[in-house]
Design a protein around this ligand. Structure first.
Ligand code: 1PR
Length: 523
């Protein structure tokens, strides 16, 4: 029996699913006594440091946790569950950590995208039982803006390189903690979980073959989901966002089955977009929540869900806020939520008043769950103009002039799945959303969607150079070379595709095989 400390701030379902997939049962902590009575305790910290410590204090968990740690019974901290062990964090300078280990938590001060999101390797500094069976070159999933600085270097198990070298796991006796998420790190992550559960596993000291670790470019499979006319939830796919063919919604398969297939084929992440979420209220859309629950049972890579994340009043006048919608998604197995239409409206309001309200979905969700949990999905369309100063938008000079010869364009944001164009450009939207707390930009392109013509490199460059958060390039992938192009001609951290994977035109493994040796990928 594994005791799991869930303080209600994120996706612990994946940790439970990971442990259960290894044949163990999980008991969720309901009181301080449960912590004191635990035989093996797992603490998956999610969200923001200050919020986490406040909840631990309010629930009177701090003392039992300290007592458990000092008893040296098996403990596995994950992500914030590692950071909590230290004295304080720059993320919440006035709030004390557990102080079990000397040191602090600092924000990345580097010239790279922050958060550090994605699959990176480990430099092994000493042996541990949790490494038993690893080869040394495996990559693990990270998502964080802060990292620990341990005063006592003897506790450091591994480091990882991202701009500079930071500590990615520690061990002191039976107290083990990782900055990466084993429950989101595919097969290699499950090996670590298994070794933690098996306290008799032999210590092992793998050796990484390269001198430093490198963050991999991510390949993301995207599933656009909606109900078809028969009422079945299906994966569909549009051509420039038109998902109907001969009047019917295109049906490319079942969401859970396809997600499982992409996990098995090596997808680094899976994104579900509930494409009619803007008109249906997601909390009434139980099938979509069920898709997440079922998928997260045996898909151990990050899951993002988008569609309909906004404040909402139902027909009886009951008001729900976006945070409640997101919370339900996280509880059902999502690691990140993606906000589309609402982000455009939020940015417009911000630009009008110049003020943050603190109440927008982006701000509210990032405050509780951390910036890394908030993706902004952008649905832009190219608009040509004849000169750079014709409009008050971020205009670029394009190598792809309009049929009429116009050499300038801007990218107009749309809402409601491309149905409504707004007076806002994608570059400004991305900048404002970063300021308000978004951790990642999912950059679609209506012109390229479903065309197989390749990613819109000009759009991606315009946005990626304007923000410091990671950008996911999306729309238009048709050949393996397109992935190479987007990773070498832009600063995109990941590339997302749908049609070529659904139609089995190019398997994910073939994309990775082509990129291997040219661009860092997870094998
Ligand atoms: O506005 O917060 O409710 O979110 C709705 C979400 O649904 C948004 O993220 C929006 O992008 C998405 N969406 C809405 N309508 C459509 C549609 O297709 N009619 N899907 C739609 C957009 C997602 C793309 C696609 C890539 C790759 N499609 O990410 O997967 O273009 O396709 P490809 O590789 O086949 O070219 P809200």
């Amino acid at each position: 029996m594994i005791t799991l400390l869930d303080y209600g701030a994120g996706n612990v379902r994946s940790v439970i699913n990971g442990i259960e997939s290894l044949g163990e049962t999980v008991k969720i902590v309901a009181s301080g006594e449960d912590i004191l009575a635990a035989e093996k305790l797992v603490f998956p910290g999610v969200g923001a440091f200050g919020n986490m410590m406040r909840i631990l204090q309010d629930k009177n968990y701090v003392e039992p946790l300290a007592a458990y740690l000092h008893s040296n019974r098996p403990f596995l901290g994950i992500c914030l569950g590692l950071q909590a062990l230290f004295e304080h964090s720059e993320e919440a300078p006035d709030i004390k950590g557990l102080g079990f280990l000397a040191g602090s938590v600092k924000r990345f001060a580097i010239d790279l995208s922050v958060p550090h999101i994605g699959w990176n390797g480990l430099n092994f500094k000493q042996a541990s039982r949790i490494f038993s069976g690893l080869g040394g070159d495996e990559k693990f999933y990270f998502v964080h803006s802060y990292h620990i600085v341990a005063d006592d270097v003897s506790v450091i198990l591994t480091t990882t390189d991202y701009g500079s070298e930071f500590v990615s796991s520690i061990q002191k006796g039976n107290i083990i903690a990782t900055q990466f998420h084993p429950e989101k790190s595919g097969r290699a992550g499950l090996i670590i979980l298994q070794n933690f559960l098996n306290t008799a596993a032999e210590p092992s000291h793998p050796v990484q073959s390269a001198a430093t670790t490198t963050l991999a470019k991510r390949i993301i499979a995207c599933l656009d989901v909606r109900s078809n006319d028969e009422g079945d939830l299906v994966v569909t796919k549009g051509d420039q966002y038109d998902v109907r063919e001969g009047g019917d919604v295109r049906n490319l398969g079942k969401p859970v089955e396809l997600a499982q297939r992409y996990y098995a084929e090596g997808a680094d992440e899976i994104t579900f977009l509930n494409i009619t979420g803007f008109r249906d209220f997601p909390l009434e859309d139980m099938p979509m929540l069920e898709v997440l629950r079922q998928t997260s049972k045996n898909v151990f890579v990050p899951l993002t869900i988008g569609g309909g994340i906004r404040d909402y009043s139902d027909k009886d006048g009951h008001r729900y806020d976006a945070l409640e919608v997101a919370a339900e998604y996280f509880r059902s197995g999502a690691d990140k939520v993606s906000i589309g239409s609402d982000a455009v409206l939020i940015a417009e309001a911000y630009l009008q008043t110049g003020r943050r309200t603190g109440r927008s979905s982006i701000e509210a969700i990032s405050r509780v769950y951390g910036n890394q949990a908030v993706v902004v999905s952008v649905d832009p369309r190219r608009v040509y103009v004849s000169s750079a100063d014709e409009v008050n938008h971020a205009v670029i000079e394009t190598d792809l002039p309009s049929p009429g010869g116009e050499r300038y364009c801007w990218y107009q944001c749309t809402i409601k799945g491309g149905r409504e164009g707004r007076n806002l450009d994608a570059v400004t939207l991305a900048r404002v959303c970063e300021k308000l707390g978004a951790g990642e930009i999912l950059l679609n392109c209506i012109d390229r969607d479903g065309t197989n013509l390749g990613f819109d490199i000009e759009l991606i460059n315009a946005v990626a150079t304007a923000v410091s958060i990671p950008v996911i390039a999306s729309s238009g992938a048709g050949r393996v070379e397109h992935f190479h192009e987007v990773f070498t001609a832009t600063e995109a951290e990941s590339a997302l595709a749908a049609g070529i994977f659904h139609r089995r035109e190019i398997p994910i493994a073939e994309v990775k095989k082509y990129l291997d040796g040219k661009v860092e990928v997870r094998r």
